[in-house]
Structure formats: structure tokens, C-alpha cells
Design a protein around this ligand. Sequence first.
Ligand SMILES: Cc1cc2nc3c(=O)[nH]c(=O)nc-3n(C[C@H](O)[C@H](O)[C@H](O)COP(=O)(O)OP(=O)(O)OC[C@H]3O[C@@H](n4cnc5c(N)ncnc54)[C@H](O)[C@@H]3O)c2cc1C
Ligand code: SF4
Length: 586
Amino acid sequence: MTKQLPKVDVVLVGFGWTGAIYAEKLTAAGMEVLALERGPWRDTPKDFATTFAQDELRYYWRHGMFQEASQSTVTFRNNGAQTALPMRHWGSFLPGNGVGGSGVHWNGQTYRFLPSDFVAKSHNEERYGPLPEGMTVQDYGVTYEELEPHFDYFEKICGICGTAGNLRGDIREGGNPFEGPRSDDYPNPPMQMTFSQDRFEASARELGLNPFPVPSANMSRAYVNPLGMQLAPCTYCGFCEKHGCGNYSKSSPQTTIIPVLMKRENFTLRTDSEVLSVEKSPDGTRTTGVTYVDTSGEEFFQPAEVVVLCAYPLENARLMLLSDIGTSYDPQTGEGVVGKNYCYQVMSGATVFYDEEYTNGFVGAGALGMAVDEYNGDNFDHSGLGFIGGGYIACYTTNARPIESHPVPDGVPGWGSEWKQSVRANFLKTTTVGVHGASMAHRSNYLDLDPTYTDRHGRPLLRMTYDFTLNDRRLTAHITPVAEEIARGMGGREVNVAERKGSYDSMPYQTTHNTGGTIMGTDPKTSVCNRYCQSWDLHNLFVAGAGLFPQNAGYNPTGTVAALAYWSVAAIIEQYMADPGPLVQA
Ligand SMILES: Cc1cc2nc3c(=O)[nH]c(=O)nc-3n(C[C@H](O)[C@H](O)[C@H](O)COP(=O)(O)OP(=O)(O)OC[C@H]3O[C@@H](n4cnc5c(N)ncnc54)[C@H](O)[C@@H]3O)c2cc1C
Ligand code: SF4
């Protein structure tokens, strides 16, 4: 029997980056907030102390902090003619589990999307004419200018390290000249670059490009954020990605928000509590709360005035589908919205091998890099190219973790003594120039419920139908040669190019930048949420995360995810609570 619990003002489903952001602002405004997190409590000293944070086997290979695929996973196929099969071991992306979510094991590359990314449909149609058949790109319904104060606040919460490129319209030397106008500089200076970034910078400048330091959530110096949280200078240990930082040097929910929140009496966190469904009122206009299960198998109904889905894009979409909220997207008719416009990222790169010089990749950090933005978004003229969007090109030194990193040139066998010799010769002498490409929405890429496979509770798994589109292929074919040209100018012995060809493969890790499925927009017929991230169907249901993106831009998502969360929570506090109801009339 389901146990009925006392009502709270707001229940948050999931307690990662967006859960922490909503909780901090809502409790500061005096609301009683409960966060339900399916995974365990996680904190620095207990879960990723410096003495064992670098345990590659435990954290990366055995997926110590990720969603357990044996409990719930995603089924995958490239197109509707195939039968989707469950991903029994994560590969291409790594959803988080536990307090802090993926914010614990992210890299910290903290970009803002371009102003034109938020109006991708109208902007591109105005400049290049109608979008091609099948491309379902849309505007967000919110602009960069509206989000700017929220980008700025998140950068201050995280202590982002970087160089401003556009300070209130003033284009600054050394920053990204293409970025939207920012109201303030980054709170901290950029990180110390290494040999690889210096070579990248020189080569890019030689080609007439404008390299800039990647905005980093790995601290270049000690920092105290607006909530009084202290962060320590990064030691460049190279164990950011897929690991927690034992040194309090990477901004995460744990290091920037959660300790402040845990002291507030109007905040409660319940861990090991997996939300199964969002419940609706009999007239179907409101949510009444959520049903969740704890690790003993006991079921609870948690009533709430407002529910916010903060469970990462894949689970947010699944919960809406399982709870029958909104209409499921149908790729045949193009109708329905939940699951629509699933997008990803198109990655490629060029690896430089040196003979004499040491790149020392083990001296690294998750967001240690230099980038150029000339080929991103609509920063270049796409006339006649047959695609829209782009990507940044960057040289990162994130790590040379011993189990994961074994760079060898093309032609070397994949095992045996020749391979070992080559790993020894090249381990300290390689670097990569990567392209972080956008992914434009297409009618055939979507999420829905799998008809066959279920999770441990017997509920359908989420089914992902996804492949790279013609736009993706043309985009990567256009930009990868630029990355190669920069790489060739970096003075190495040889350059190997990894193009992105063929179909999307769910096995090799690419990025955990899954987007879409619960998209925002201006019309309930084509989007799940309005411009305030409020469900068009249930006015007291809000959705957070990159599932809101109508398509993915050529950047990492979390800066924009956070800005949208701060924008949405401000609307709840300033508008919704005073007059509960739809904030936008359909
Ligand atoms: C290896 C890696 C590297 C990354 N690097 C970068 C980077 O450099 N830059 C960048 O911008 N982004 C990066 N990301 C992405 C970034 O981590 C995410 O964008 C961000 O964490 C998303 O925040 P979120 O709140 O939507 O989800 P999360 O932070 O993942 O939080 C979701 C939480 O919801 C919980 N949950 C899920 N389902 C339920 C349920 N049914 N009931 C209760 N709880 C539930 C999960 O356990 C999880 O704790 C990276 C991600 C990974 C995995
Ligand atoms: S590289 Fe820096 S931020 Fe990353 S885990 Fe190591 S100390 Fe922490």
C-alpha cells in the first residue's frame, strides 16, 4: 500500500546540478522544499577523498558514480526500422546517480550558448531561407539577453575562470570575440595553460583565428562564492572527468551550494528515493505530487504544490511519458511533443604526435584548454554549405589517466608488444585538437517508451532512436579539416585525424550532453514547456535540464542548463507563487 506523506510546497525530482539550484533559490524565498534523489548521499571526504579519488578502475571502468544500468537503462536503435536493444553497459554517455548527479563527475567546461542559438529557427531562416525538410529546429522562447544575468550568477556561484571576450559590447583581446555581451567579467582569471595549449594558440593565431581560454570550473586560485562556499586552487591532477574532485577545486553542487542548503530548516533531502511517476489531479490541470519508492521497496505518495523535474533529460522525458503528461511524439505524423527533438553532439578531432617535445598530458584538468569559436553557431557564413550550426575547436589537456589513455598513431596494432612499445613512446608526447559539434533536431530522432524492455520495477525503459543527420555529417566534414590544419601547425611529427563518419555508435564515450525530449518553446503544439520551463499541460509542473533545448548547440550544456534553471526559479518565486496558473497563455 502506498503511504501518504504530509504536503510540501515544492518537491524536486533528482538532486544534481539543477536540483541544487532550484532548492537554494526556493528555500531562500521561504518555501518548504523536499528533494527526492534516487541515489545515495555523496560528499567529498567520504566518497572521493584525495586518497582514493583517482581510482580509475572503481570510478570510470566500474562506473562507481553512474546510474546502474542493471537497474534502469535506455534501449537504443539508429532508426525506426531497427529493434532497440538495452544498453547494458554505459558507453557513449554516462548518466549520474546520487547527490550532485553528473555535476560530481563533470569536467567543468562552462560555456554560454550564443545569442543566435536561442533563436536558431528564426535567425537561420531569416539569413538562409526555409529550413530543409525534416529539420525540426525551433526557437527557445527565451533570449540570451533575458538569460544573461542568470549566466552571470551561475559563473559567480562556480567561480568560473576565463577571459571576457565581450564585456557590455566592448570586444576584449584574449577572450572569445563571438560571445554574447556579458554584464561582468569572469570571477577568476584563466587557468595556467600547458605546452599543448601554447602550441594550439600559436597555430590558431597564425591562421588568423582568435584563441581564448576555455571557461573553467576548475579553480585557477582560491575563491569564495556568493553563498560563502570556499574553493581551493586546482592541482592539475587530471582526475576531473568521470571522478569527483577530492581537493574542493572543481565547482559541483557539493562544493558550491549543498552545504549551505543542508543547514536550512525549510530544506529536506531524501536519498535512495526513486520517483516512479508524477501524479495528476482528476481534472488533469495540475500535478498533485509524486509517487516514489525507497530501497526497502516501500511506496510513498508525496503531495506538493509544485513539482520540478530535475532528473536529467532522459529520465525527465521518461517520467513524463510514464505519467501520461502531454502527448507522446509520433515521428510518422510529426505530432505530439514529449520525446521530440532528441539531440546529441558530433565530435571529431586530430591527434598530434611529437618526437622530442613532451606534452605531459597527466598535468591536466577537466576544463584546461584553449578554444576558437570562428566555426561555431552562425559565426561564419553558411551560404551554399548545406548545413546550419557549427562547433568550437579546442585543445584540452584533461588527463592522461593510465588505464584510459594509450595514444598510438594510425597503423599500430591494437594489442601486443608493438602496441605496448608505441604506448610507451607516445604516452607523454601527444595532444588532441577536438571539434565539439552541434546537433540539429530532426524529425526521425526522438525518445519514447520501449515496447519490450522494462526496469526493475517493471516499467518500460526509455527508447532512444537516433542517428547523425545530413546536417551533422556536412557540419563535421566542414569543420574537422580546420581542426586538422590547426593541429598540423602545432609542430608535431604526425597528425592523425578522427573523422565522424558512419552511423552514431552508442558504445564509445563521446559526451554526456543528451538534449531534447522535454523541449521549451512558444507553442504547446510544438513544445512541452513554455518559456519559463513550465509544462503547458500542468501549470504547477516545471522541468529543468538540457531536455529543454529544442536542439543542441556547439558547446557543453551546463552553463545554459543552469541559466535556464535560475530564470525558471525566478519566475516561480516572482510570478507563479503570487498567482498560480499558466505563466504564458497558450
Ligand atoms: C563525464 C561527464 C563530463 C561532463 N562534462 C561537462 C562539462 O565539462 N561541461 C558541461 O557543460 N557539462 C558537462 N557534463 C554534463 C553535466 O554534468 C550535466 O549537464 C549536468 O550535470 C546536468 O544537470 P541535471 O541537474 O540536469 O542532471 P544531473 O546533475 O545528472 O542530476 C540528475 C539527478 O537526478 C537523479 N534522478 C534521476 N532519475 C531520478 C528519479 N526517477 N528519482 C529520483 N532521482 C532521480 C539522478 O540520480 C541525478 O542525481 C558532463 C557529464 C559527464 C557525465
Ligand atoms: S584537476 Fe583540479 S579540479 Fe580536477 S579533480 Fe584535480 S584538483 Fe580537482
